[in-house]
Design a binder for this molecule. Structure first.
Ligand code: HEM
Length: 292
């Protein structure tokens, strides 16, 4: 598998999204990616338009589903390639981003680039610890990585990516107990609050409360650009089912209760990608490229 998926968050991140140029064929685009030198500490995925067909590949990837509920908009802004550069210095990542954009430019347009960083050992910019209930060890592997489906699929992962923009000034106007009830955990000691309302984020997303249980591995990072800031939400699964079950409930589409997060933050992008497995030193493209 791509090792960055299960490793701890890096100090710095840079997210790149690309779209295939219209005149480039699917095969040409896949060859272009195959020849690019994406180093193994980074993570990358391809969107549904770059997957030949489910019947040919068994990769079960759809376009990210837009959703709307009461006062809630979850947009779909699907792209064709997603790259999460991971490293210790923003300079190093900026250089690498330029290098990759130029290397891929024959086949792809760079459409988004966002710098991200590890905030206070993995807290969201609201101050709350993010990732506490992530599965670990073998459970993380089982939740995030495909297994038992054959070569070219095993070791792969499905990632959901959403850029959320926070209104931190609005959030700061709430009292501390109100903030804790929106998240469902106490800021001071990260304890889960039994008396939090049903709209509390961790009540909406409690992984074991879904049928089937909706475990996934979240690897989100804080981002800030000019006056805007928020969370780049990134979740890996052995399918997109867990993310979709949770997003549907957060948007209030299951029981009419909207996640309290929407009081102060909103997603502005949404994409689904397939992160192919590795084989030896490189990516295992066998399933997308056949015998080419
Ligand atoms: C701005 C966006 C978001 C923020 C700031 C945020 C923040 C948090 C925080 C602080 C926690 C509690 C600690 C933890 O267990 O990690 C949490 C838990 C969780 N979040 Fe989010 N989250 C966001 C978006 C999402 C989205 C879009 C999903 C899925 C669709 C999601 C799924 C989860 C899950 C599964 C948990 C653990 C629930 C449990 O089993 O206890 N989050 N989130």
């Amino acid at each position: 598998m791509q090792s960055g998926i299960l490793q701890p968050l890096p100090k710095h991140g840079c997210y790149l999204s690309f779209d295939k140029l219209p005149e480039v064929t699917l095969k040409e685009a896949l060859h272009c990616l195959q020849q690019s030198e994406i180093e193994t500490q980074h993570v990358f995925g391809i969107g549904p338009a770059l997957i030949p067909t489910i019947a040919e590949t068994q990769i079960d990837l759809a376009t990210f589903p837009a959703m709307s509920g009461s006062g809630v908009n979850v947009p779909s802004t699907q792209n064709d390639v997603w790259i999460w550069l991971r490293g210790d210095s923003p300079g190093e990542l900026a250089i690498e981003a330029q290098f990759l954009a130029s290397e891929l430019s024959e086949c792809f347009d760079l459409v988004h680039q966002t710098q991200a960083f590890l905030h206070d050992s993995g807290r969201d910019l609201t101050g709350y610890e993010d990732g506490t209930e992530n599965p670990t060890g073998d459970d993380a592997m089982a939740a995030a990585i495909v297994a038992g489906q054959g070569q070219g699929l095993d070791g792969g992962s499905y990632v959901a990516v959403q850029q959320w923009v926070h209104d931190l000034a609005r959030f700061s106007m709430h009292s501390q107990p109100e903030k804790d009830h929106m998240i469902g955990r106490r800021l001071s000691d990260n304890e889960e609050l039994d008396d939090a309302p049903d709209s509390a984020h961790v009540k909406r997303t409690a992984q074991e409360s879904f049928a089937p249980e909706a475990f996934m591995v979240r690897r989100s990072m804080a981002w800030a650009e000019g006056p805007d800031a928020g969370l780049m939400f990134v979740a890996f699964g052995h399918s997109h089912q867990a993310f979709e079950q949770q997003m549907v409930r957060m948007a209030g589409l299951e029981d009419g209760i909207v996640d309290a997060l929407f009081n102060f933050t909103r997603p502005i992008t949404g994409g689904y990608y397939w992160c192919p497995p590795l084989q030896g030193d490189g990516v295992d493209w066998s399933i997308c490229l056949g015998d080419d």
